[in-house]
Structure formats: structure tokens, C-alpha cells
Design a protein around this ligand. Structure first.
Ligand SMILES: Nc1nc2c(ncn2[C@@H]2O[C@@H]3COP(=O)(O)O[C@H]4[C@@H](O)[C@H](n5cnc6c(=O)[nH]c(N)nc65)O[C@@H]4COP(=O)(O)O[C@H]3[C@H]2O)c(=O)[nH]1
Length: 517
């Protein structure tokens, strides 16, 4: 987790929520932009394909029809006409079929057809001109015609497809600002008809007829996709992004405020001496004598009273305040013990819980040296309790740290053993002096066979590795006797004494009894 430092907090508090919301906003906008862009692109490709297919089909079906109609060209109009009429009535898009001779109508289903109604084939009247050059799709006077030149060049077929709405319908775009263009030579047809004004299209795609007819279909957008067009035409993704950005601001603000508050509160608690050192005795199993004490932090909160470490140690670790917190405990314990410096028993164990953060530099060695000077007693054995829950990496730095701690005659204890992630190599790497057996195993003595077996195994490991052991959470005489019998070196728990303030601890008969006269 991110470590927060005091000098960063003021700046962080102000700018971090804004920064987060801008980041979410920018990333969200990019995401919304590319999403919309992709959507448009996919739609363009699909639309272009479908349109191309429809025009191809239109042309091909007219061509097939005209081929079928070729049979009528050479027969008499009276014979041909009923057949042509039946076809016109059956096919909804065909308005009339006309047979031409020398480009003049000689037989038509349209009774009112005049020679001037026959569309000329010029480069201007927009014809779809296939490779075979013998059939044309003609746009003329707002009408769509199909003309088939028969083998006999004088006898031709003209199919009047009707108003070229048929074509226009095919060119109707799927979304606003989309334009579908049919490009024939220099001419362009859109849903609005023939246009010679160039239309600039964005995200466009142009494809030639699948059947290799001489036309192109181009689809694209008249509006470029940018921030403003997104705001105007695609507001929903942007509204979602705006919403996410506001949520990011609010959550970050809330998070920073809470962490910062916790940080400031804990920092001022340390400064104002509200973090107190409590002590709990460690007892030699074999003699029942006091071997030392473990120091545990308590917060004497002016409003909430006594707060147990479970609530604030994590905050202290996450904010980096744990080092200051431990230093204040070192100082309180050293100055209290200094009053008894000359009377302390030899090799009194004084254990402190040390977090991983504190082991990242040699600061801990300096703190221990300072403690021994302030306590004015060089025989005290400092016990550095590192927890198995927060494994410390083996690096050159940590190896040096633990070596220097051992040179100070300190002992390294591995706390909460049995519930964390360590393995036996860990014991070796840091030259662990004793294991503190988690109270969850001790609590099951006499009841849960499995936990008891684990407990027995842990004790056997300590004996096999020739390291000392300390059982935590001893609450009953039965547990105390069992652990003694099993050869556990030290015991700690409410059975002997619960943690009490260090000033009270030094007054306690258990401590007083072990002082030298
Ligand atoms: N049920 C039961 N509990 C017993 C008994 N005897 C002792 N305890 C409790 O067991 C915990 C033993 O401490 P720990 O394993 O080091 O576990 C400690 C330690 O990991 C951490 N902690 C406490 N003070 C500090 C500190 O100054 N620095 C750091 N880094 N961690 C600390 O907080 C944990 C909890 O501390 P506490 O709440 O003081 O809880 C203490 C103690 O009050 C018993 O017979 N029965």
C-alpha cells in the first residue's frame, strides 16, 4: 500500500482528488472516444458493404430480367405485349418494359410512351457501365432505367425501373451525419439525388462493386469525431465519464480525508504522549520466575479512552508512523527502567514488536543503542519481535541489520509462529533466537486434538533447531503445566498477568520481587 508522509499530506489532500478525477476523466474520455470511433467505423464498414451488395443485386437482377426478356425482342408486339405486361404487374419496382428498334419504341407496356421519353446514353446521364458494355443502368430525368443492348444492335430492350427512389432508398444512411455515396465516373448520387458538389467525409471507406461493375460506394461521416462533436452528438458516454470522474473525486477525497485524519490524529497522539507503553511479563516455564517483559502499545485517547493496538498499528504501518510510535515506546520503557538500572536482574528480556517498515534501514540499530544508553543498564537483552504475518525479505540490508542487532546482544523472536507464511529457512536466514507460539494453539490445549498436535510439532521444531520458545496466551494452570512439561522455554498470558502500563508494571510485586536489593 502507498506510504504517506506528513509533508506530502497537505499537498495530497488538496490535489490528489482533483488529479484522480482528471486521470479518470482523461482515460475515460479516451476510452469513450475510441469506443465511439470504433462503433462508427464498424457501422461504416457494414453499411458500405450492405449498400454495395444491394446495388450489385439491383443491377444483377435487372440484367437477369433483361436477358430473359431478350426472347421478346424478335417476336411481334401483339404476341410479346401480354407477356411483358404480366411481368410488369408481377414485379413491383418495374414500371414499364419497352422494346426498341433503332432506339425508337415499337412495343411498350406504357401506352403513353413517346420517342422523346427514351433516355439517351451519354457520359452525362450517369450510367452504370459494366465490363460487357451491353447493359446500362441509366439515371435520367429523375427516373431509373435499365437498357439492354441486344445482339442485334438495332433491337434493344428498355426497362423502366421507375422513379429512382429505388436507388435513393438504398442510399439512406443508418445514423445521423452518415452519408452513403454512389460514385459513377465523375458523378455522385446520395439519398438526395445527384450532386456534383464535393462532400468531405471523415472515417470514410470506399469500395468497388463486388461484381466488378463500374461503380463505387463510399460511406463516411460529415462531422469529424472530436471532443465537441462527442459533446454534441454522443453525450451519453461522456456523461458516464463525467460521472465516473466525479465519483473518483469524491472517493479519493473521502479516502484521503480519512487516511489523513487518521494520520494526523495518530501523529498528534504520538507527539502528545497518548501512546503508552504497556508491559506483560514473560515467565521461565521451568522456574516460574520473571524472565522479562513484552511491550505492547496502547492509545489513551482523550475522547475514546483506551484503544487496543489492533485498531491503530495498521494505520501506523500504512502511514509510516510506526517508527515514531516504536521510538516513543523505547523512550518510555528506557526512562522507566532507568530508575531501577542498578537493581535490574541480569539479562532481563525486554521485547518490542517491530514492524517491517522499521527493518528497511539501520535506524533500528540506532534506536536500540539509544535505548540501552537511556536505560542505563547494559545487561538488558533487547528482544526484537518480528511478526510472521509480515515477512521481511532477505536482502543485504536486512542481513546486515540483524547481524548488527545480534552484535548488540539483542535477540530476534519470530512472533505469531504457526499462523503466518514463514518457512524453516526463515529461521536460519535471520538467526531467529526464539519462536513465539501463537495463542490460538495454546488456547486449544486440552480440547482440540489437531491444534494440540500442531502445538506439539512447533515445540519439537524449536527443540530440533535448538532455539528457544515462548507460548503466548497462557490462561490456565493446565496450559501452563502442559507447556512446562513439553519444555517450552517461556510463557506469557493472563494466567500470569495481563498487560499493564509500564509505570504500574515496575511497581508490581512480580517485578519488584526480581529486583536486586
Ligand atoms: N486472549 C488473550 N490474549 C492475550 C493473553 N496474553 C496476552 N494477550 C494479548 O496477546 C497479544 C500479544 O501480542 P502480539 O502477539 O505481539 O500481538 C500484538 C502485536 O502484533 C501488535 N502490537 C502491539 N503493540 C505493538 C507495537 O508497539 N508495535 C507493533 N509493531 N505491533 C504492536 O498488536 C498485537 C495485539 O496486541 P494486544 O492487543 O496488546 O494483544 C497482546 C496481548 O494483550 C491471554 O492470555 N489471552
Amino acid at each position: 500500500m502507498t506510504r504517506f508522509r506528513s509533508k506530502h499530506f497537505a499537498v495530497l489532500r488538496k490535489f490528489y482528488p482533483l488529479f484522480m478525477s482528471v486521470i479518470i476523466g482523461v482515460v475515460g474520455y479516451m476510452f469513450a472516444y475510441f469506443y465511439t470511433y470504433n462503433q462508427q467505423q464498424t457501422l461504416t464498414v457494414n453499411t458500405n458493404h450492405i449498400t454495395l451488395g444491394k446495388i450489385d443485386n439491383l443491377y444483377t437482377s435487372l440484367r437477369s430480367l433483361s436477358i430473359a426478356m431478350n426472347a421478346f425482342i424478335t417476336i411481334d408486339c401483339e404476341v410479346a405485349k401480354p407477356g411483358l405486361q404480366e411481368i410488369v404487374t408481377r414485379l413491383p419496382n418495374i414500371r414499364a418494359i419497352t422494346l426498341l428498334k433503332d432506339n425508337k419504341p415499337f412495343c411498350s407496356t406504357n401506352e403513353h410512351l413517346k420517342p422523346s421519353d427514351i433516355p439517351p446514353i451519354t457520359s452525362d446521364n450517369v450510367a452504370i457501365e459494366p465490363r460487357s458494355f451491353n447493359s446500362y443502368l441509366i439515371l435520367w430525368n429523375n427516373q431509373l432505367y435499365f437498357k439492354q443492348i441486344a445482339h442485334d444492335k438495332n433491337m434493344n430492350l428498355l426497362i423502366d425501373v421507375g422513379h429512382y427512389q429505388v436507388l435513393k432508398d438504398i442510399l439512406v444512411p443508418r445514423t445521423p451525419f452518415q452519408v452513403i455515396m454512389l460514385k459513377l465516373k465523375n458523378h455522385v448520387i446520395t439519398e438526395h439525388g445527384i450532386t456534383d458538389t464535393p462532400i468531405k467525409l471523415y472515417q470514410s471507406i470506399t469500395e468497388r462493386s463486388f461484381r466488378n461493375y463500374n461503380f463505387y460506394v463510399k460511406t463516411g461521416y460529415t462531422v469529424r469525431l472530436d471532443f465537441f462533436s462527442m459533446v454534441k452528438y454522443h453525450p451519453i458516454p461522456l456523461l458516464i465519464v463525467l460521472f465516473a470522474s466525479i465519483i473518483a473525486y469524491v472517493l479519493t477525497h473521502w479516502f484521503i480525508r480519512n487516511v489523513a485524519n487518521a494520520y494526523y490524529e495518530l501523529q498528534s497522539a504520538i507527539k502528545n504522549g497518548h501512546i503508552k507503553a504497556y508491559a506483560q511479563p514473560l515467565i521461565y516455564s521451568h522456574s516460574g520466575q520473571l524472565s522479562g517483559l513484552e511491550i505492547l502499545a496502547r492509545w489513551h485517547h482523550p475522547k475514546f479512552g483506551l484503544i487496543n493496538p489492533d485498531t491503530f498499528i495498521q494505520v501506523a504501518e500504512e502511514t509510516g508512523l510506526i517508527i515514531q510510535l516504536t521510538q516513543t515506546l523505547f523512550k518510555q520503557v528506557a526512562t522507566t527502567l532507568a530508575d531501577y538500572a542498578d537493581r535490574l536482574p541480569d539479562q532481563l528480556h525486554v521485547g518490542f514488536n517491530i514492524s517491517r517498515e522499521h527493518c528497511k534501514s539501520l535506524q533500528l540499530v540506532e534506536d536500540c543503542k539509544k535505548f540501552l544508553v537511556q536505560a542505563k543498564n547494559k545487561t538488558i537483552i533487547l528482544v526484537i519481535e518480528i511478526t510472521e504475518r509480515q515477512l521481511i525479505e532477505v536482502t543485504d540490508m536486512t542481513t546486515k541489520l540483524f547481524k548488527e542487532l545480534h552484535e548488540l546482544n539483542a535477540k530476534i523472536a519470530l512472533d505469531d509462529f504457526g499462523v503466518g507464511n514463514s518457512n524453516l529457512s526463515y529461521l536460519n536466514n535471520f538467526a531467529i533466537d526464539y519462536l513465539k507460539i501463537d495463542r490460538s494453539f495454546v488456547g486449544h490445549i486440552g480440547s482440540d486434538a489437531l491444534s494440540k498436535n500442531i502445538l506439539d510439532s512447533i515445540i519439537e521444531i524449536t527443540q530440533a533447531c535448538n532455539i528457544e520458545s515462548c507460548a503466548e496466551g497462557v490462561e490456565t494452570e493446565e496450559q501452563a503445566l502442559y507447556l512446562k512439561e513439553k519444555g517450552v522455554t517461556y510463557q506469557q498470558g493472563y494466567y500470569y498477568l495481563e498487560p499493564i502500563a509500564i509505570e504500574d508494571f515496575v511497581q508490581h510485586p512480580m517485578f519488584q520481587k526480581c529486583l536486586r536489593p
